[in-house]
Design a protein around this ligand. Structure first.
Ligand code: UDP
Ligand code: MG
Length: 321
């Protein structure tokens, strides 16, 4: 059952070395949340910061009963930090946002309104972005490839500035994969959605801590964890190469047996190349077969639930977490 001090709203903030941005964020967030008039908690998740971030959030959690601080043992990356926050959140609705001031907290009431109107997932959609042309171009390329490879469409304008209902949280908490991209998983879970447009603000201090290297790794990992088709690529190539090489080889041998009516005058080297092509074809196909087995193992080890019930039995809803 819900206890009196169970908040209606949890705000999860993953942070990594954000000491410079935190005080302003905390002040703005608090004033917006107080105006809303709902019991709330702010859950700061320190992702192994090396600056004063942890000190700040610890201090606030002592002074302010609405603040909780969570500390990860080291830097795990934003996706894991956000996941940890979602696991710990106790609110009926959970909002996640960045610590660097890029997600306008003044839009929170709109997220709440959409949620109260029945949406289980409310997604912030950027109408303008603060990123270099190179970052934008590579992001577009990634999203296009991602859609091709996984068959899931991640909208490049939707962000991690999101609200999820506790029903969605309960399902999210069942997902056990290690390589994860939070918004990809929330999209995978489905549920009734609403969108809140917002203009992304410039980062107030420091530079984006997501380095290019981390972003590339995240792109590859998230694609692999959501899709099996890269495993089939060699099988597809093999499926083209093998019949081609077989036909070519048979044609050449037949031509040779008939005394070269096509006057190919094929040299030993040519036969050798066709033979190699044939063998490579066999290798690619057998690699593809291994890929098929691997894909099944992969799917099983991921241990995802087979389906998600949009409306679980009522006993689940009142469960205390
Ligand atoms: N962040 C984190 N762990 C990391 C990197 C970033 O918790 O390893 C947090 C960061 O403090 C910020 C949010 O994730 O609150 C978004 O990070 P950033 O601004 O660097 O990324 P971008 O704006 O490019 O998405
Ligand atoms: Mg940022």
């Amino acid at each position: 059952m819900t206890t009196p001090n169970t908040p209606d709203l949890s705000v999860v903030v993953p942070l990594y070395n954000e000491a410079a941005s935190l005080p302003k964020l905390y002040a703005e967030l608090t004033s917006v949340l107080i105006t809303l008039g709902l019991p709330y908690e702010i859950l700061f998740v320190d992702d192994g910061s090396t600056d004063r971030s942890l000190e700040l959030i610890r201090e606030w959690s002592k002074e302010d009963k609405n603040v909780r601080s969570l500390q990860l043992s080291r830097n795990f990356g934003k996706e894991i930090a956000t996941t940890a926050g979602i696991h710990q959140a106790r609110g009926r609705a959970i909002i996640m946002l960045d610590a660097d001031g890029q997600h306008p907290v003044e839009r929170i009431p709109e997220f709440i309104a959409r949620w109260q109107a029945g949406a289980k997932v409310v997604i912030g959609k950027r109408t303008s972005r603060q990123a270099s042309a190179a970052k934008l171009a590579s992001a577009r390329l990634y999203y296009a490839l991602f859609r091709k490879v996984t068959g899931l469409s991640l909208d490049p304008d939707t962000s991690d500035f999101r609200l999820i209902d506790q029903v969605v949280q309960a399902e999210f908490n069942k997902l056990t994969e290690h390589n994860r991209i939070t918004r990809g998983l929330i999209d995978w879970l489905g549920y009734r959605r609403a969108y809140v447009p917002y203009a992304e603000k410039p980062r107030e201090h420091g530079t984006a801590t997501y380095s290019l290297r981390k972003l590339i790794k995240l792109s590859i990992d998230s694609t692999i964890s959501l899709s099996l088709s890269p495993l089939y690529i060699t099988a597809y190539i093999g499926a083209v190469v093998l019949p081609l090489a077989t036909l070519l080889g048979l044609g050449m041998v037949g031509n040779w047996l008939l005394g070269d009516p096509l006057s190919l005058r094929a040299t030993g080297g040519a036969y050798l190349i066709v033979l190699v092509l044939f063998l490579v074809g066999i290798l690619l196909v057998s690699q593809g077969i291994i890929g098929l087995y691997l894909s099944h193992i992969h799917a099983e080890t991921q241990n995802r639930p087979l389906y998600i019930l949009a409306d679980p039995p009522s006993s689940d809803k009142s469960e205390e977490r």
